[in-house]
Design a binder for this molecule. Sequence first.
Ligand SMILES: *Cc1c(COP(=O)(O)O)cnc(C)c1O
Length: 400
Amino acid sequence: MQEPIVSRKHAPETDIVHLGRRPFDHQGVVNPPVLHASTILFPDFDAFEAATRPSTDRRRVVYGRRGTPTSFALQDAIAGLEGGYDTLITPSGASAVGLALLSLLKTGDHVLMTDSCYGPTRIQCSSLLARYGVTTTFYDPAIGGAIAALIRPETAVVFMESPGSLTFEVQDVPAIVAAVAASGRDIVTVIDNTWASPYFFRPLALGVDVSVQAATKYIVGHSDALLGTITATEAVWPRLAKTVGELGIWTGPDDMYLAQRGLRTLAVRLNQHQETGLTLARWLAERPEIVQILHPGLPGSPGHALWKRDFTGASGLFGALIKPVPRPALAAFFNSLELFGMGWSWGGYESLCILADPAKSRSATHWTRPELLLRFHAGLENPDDLIADLETAFAAMAAV
Ligand SMILES: *Cc1c(COP(=O)(O)O)cnc(C)c1O
């Protein structure tokens, strides 16, 4: 039997290296074994019978889908980093969001969802949840404590994402949590913590009940696996574990292994993503093509004050609003880029740049900026090379 989950007790960089590892459970090997398992065999009838009885041991191995040392290593590490009671691993970030919502909502309930949420999260509300009789009110991400006015008797979940996908609004998480608590209602607060990861932002310490991550991004960190995590307080945990267990959600051991392997370098990678992201943002801010930078970590950018108060760092993902140019000029810019790839997702070691359109995914607020929004992911290349690549691309744009 395993010891209780290790809680965070050192500096975050140290915990990132050590949490969840139990080398002497398997011959001193540094990383956990990748166990491919469905059937688990029991040595005798007593052990078999014991496994059929309910247990409070969350690290008991009875059947592949119920957890193995491969999943426990990642669960323990993420739970410790987030400062939660325990963590569920899911096959993608989108499934982590959907499973958290499904676990916490029932027919007749109402969810308050930030208007700046990740696109597929919006669709889960307007399609999947609506089909099961759950209604959604999208709210202005800048709402803060005024969210109190939107709480109804049937409100069961308040969902945040900070900074918002594509638009990078930083939410006043403590004010929202305080308003929910003051309502006196049984409402669970959930946040999508993908942008910062628990290295740079710890929502549970601010009173949020559930933190969801697309570990696909910075935890995996190498653009080669999809994975989600749901971390909760002890009070909320049973509801999540029940639904995810009932649905039979399980994630392949190789991907869980890749996530725990990626996690061990999270701090050094994120520190570099942060530094390069800020270098690019500062350089872009001086360019004549740029109207505004959307980077919470950059002084003068929207949300900087809240970011400074609540976060300990910024990741490498940010936006830049550029003066509108005709499509051929835009195509020349993107086609000139050699180091910035064009593709969905982010959080890997490589730089990315895409065109984004936030206007399409808004309902409570309107995105009326006339500029074009470029979303950058600062990778781990040398920043001078990245700047030179952008300089060439802007010249190609101007030449059209
Ligand atoms: C990418 C992303 C997700 C979804 O993650 P997948 O692993 O691609 O399903 C969820 N939330 C946010 C904020 C994301 O950026």
